[in-house]
Each structure stands twice: as C-alpha cells, then as structure tokens.
Design a protein around this ligand. Structure first.
Ligand SMILES: [Zn+2]
Ligand SMILES: [Zn+2]
Length: 336
C-alpha cells in the first residue's frame, strides 16, 4: 500500500509498504478520508515528541475490510471511525476513563501507524459505526469535533450563556459549533483570517473581528460584566491574559489551544480576586462517539471547514508552509 512516512523532522516520503494485517481483537480499515491536524505538522517540524519514522494520521475513517478473528466478522463492511488511543482498558486509569494516562498507552499516528495510508489497523473496541448521513469527509473530522464537545463539557456551557472564542482554527470552529448547538448566545470570535471569520459568522457567531481592541469593546457592549465562557483555541499564548480579562466574575476560561510550552507572566490575582475558573481542555479521549452521534443526527454541523482535499501523492504540497499558511486554508484532508 501507499503511505506517507515522516522519516525524521523535516523529511517525509511517500512509500510503498506491505498492507497491515490485523491480529485478533483488531480490524483493518480501508481508509477513505484522513484529516491533517496541526499536531502532525508540529511533529514534522520536530516539536512533538515521537520516535521516527512514523506513519502519521490520527483523524481518519473508512470501511472495515479485514478482521483479526472470526469473532469480529460482524464488523466487515462497516463504515467506521476509530478512536486513536490504544490502551489496556484494565488499569485504574483506564477504568476511570483517563485513557491517555494508561501505562500501556499508545497513540495511533504517533507510533502505531496512522491513517495517511491506504489501510490502517485498530482495536475493535476503538471503533464507532458512522451513520449513513455522515460522509467520509465529515467522518475524518469527528476527532477534532470531539475536542469541541469536550470544551463545552469542561466549560459547563448552558443555554443562555454568553461566549467568546479566541482563534478560529479547526478547534475554535468546532467549539463554535458546539457552543451554538448548546444554546450559547451572543458568541463573539477573534481571528486574523477573513475566511475563518466569514465561516464563523455563517455558523451563527454574532460578531467576528480580527482586532482584540474591538473584541474588548464588543464585550463591554454585548456581554456587560464580562463573558460567561471564553475559549482560548488558538494556542497563541499572549491571548490568555486577554481571555482572563474578558471572562466575567466566576466565569470560565477554557484552554483548548496547545501553547507549545511558551511561558507567560500572568497576574494570579486577576483570577483569584474574581473567582474566575481557568480550565484545561487538552486531553479529551472518549468524545469521538458522541461527536459521531451528534453529527449523524444533524445536531452538530461543520460544513465549509474542509477547504482542501489532497491525494497521498500530493503530500509535499499538503505539508508545505505555503499551503498551511494560505489565506484560504482551514482544514485539509487526504481523500482516497
Ligand atoms: Zn488532531
Ligand atoms: Zn490502562
């Protein structure tokens, strides 16, 4: 089969390798769509710890075409998306649902081969059936949609809350879809890219802006006393103090963006004195299933987020800085 392999930081190839064979308890999936995540890009840049070489791709879906044992034959031909966490399901962490803390944790696409390939293998217990109403393209972006769901749950969004999203990459946009569907009102968004701002407006944001000063003015007018829930989804650490200041007394700032370990000086009393809650939301296993169900029933819609489609042969273009920073780029996927 064809697969994209990251050999070492900065070096990638399209390789021809044997098709993987599933062992008992696993299946093989014929990949139909696999989305490009910025974590893959950071991996290629050497800023995400992995042992090279790897076949990346942790956001993928397809059809089960082979099973490791006859007990799992019912999965053959099913349209599925797979959780990318591999864990023992027996230890204390697993039993508490903290899969990524499992001592046997491995992450498909960051060690075990991922979905930038014609076939990928995954444990049966990782599979979720996709409804007919969910296209393969949509199926490939359910994993980041799950992050949006996690942000909503962690921030305890409720009907009627005011909300602001800082950064409208795929994670920020997915948070918008979830906040909107959860009944948040007067949603304000900040981003630099006009295409992302326009998409957020079309998904129901009340106001979008590329200027943090304007965002502050909008907040004073529309969220008097501060915003109930602010989501930092850019991973651009200078926005965190802004997020704290926008949040109302007792409100929540949810950190959904990865800040690449950049340090930040912050006045702790701006949190302590106003009972603000600063919540981490960077580790969210278990949300693909509810994302698949919500998307399948039309509760969460993310049309327009996928802006670029590539074949595996286009791998150089797909991972080029020029493509990733293009003014019309939001989310790219490989199609097969
Ligand atoms: Zn990802
Ligand atoms: Zn475990």
């Amino acid at each position: 089969m064809k697969a994209i392999r990251f050999e070492r930081p900065g070096e990638l190839h399209l390789v021809e390798i044997p098709n993987p064979q599933p062992v008992a308890g696993w299946v093989r999936i014929r990949v139909h769509a696999a989305a490009i995540c910025m974590t893959d890009v950071e991996t290629l840049r050497g800023r995400h710890p992995v042992e090279f070489p790897i076949i990346p791709g942790h956001e993928f879906c397809g059809v089960v075409d082979q099973v490791g044992s006859s007990a799992d034959e019912a999965w053959l031909g099913r349209k599925v998306v797979a959780d990318n966490e591999i864990c023992c399901l027996k230890c204390g962490y697993c039993r508490r649902g903290e899969w990524r803390r499992c001592t046997e944790f491995r992450h498909i696409g960051f060690g075990p081969p991922g979905g930038y390939a014609e076939y990928v293998v995954a444990p049966v217990h990782n599979l979720h059936v996709l409804a007919d109403s969910v296209s393969f393209e949509q199926g490939s972006i359910l994993e980041p949609l799950g992050v949006g769901l996690a942000v909503g749950r962690i921030g305890e969004v409720q009907l009627g809350m005011t909300a602001t999203i800082l950064g409208l990459g795929p994670i920020g946009l997915n948070c918008l879809a979830v906040l909107k569907a959860s009944g948040a009102r007067r949603i304000l968004c900040l981003d630099k890219q006009p295409k992302r701002l326009a998409l957020a407006k079309s998904w129901g944001a009340l106001h979008v802006t590329d200027d943090s000063e304007q965002l502050k003015a909008l907040t004073r007018d529309l969220h008097p006393g501060g915003t109930d829930i602010v989501v930092e989804a850019s991973g651009h650490h200078p926005l965190i103090p802004l997020g704290v200041n926008l949040t109302r007394f007792g409100g929540s700032l949810v950190l959904g963006g990865f800040c690449k370990h950049e340090a930040l000086s912050i006045d702790p009393d701006s949190i302590q004195g106003s009972n603000r809650r600063v919540l981490g939301a960077g580790n969210n296993p278990g949300f693909i299933e509810p994302a698949a169900q919500a998307a399948g029933d039309g509760v969460l819609k993310t049309e327009g987020m996928i802006t670029h489609r590539f074949l595996l042969d286009d791998f150089r273009q797909a991972f080029s800085d020029e493509q990733l920073t293009a003014s019309d780029f939001i989310k790219g996927i490989f199609v097969f």
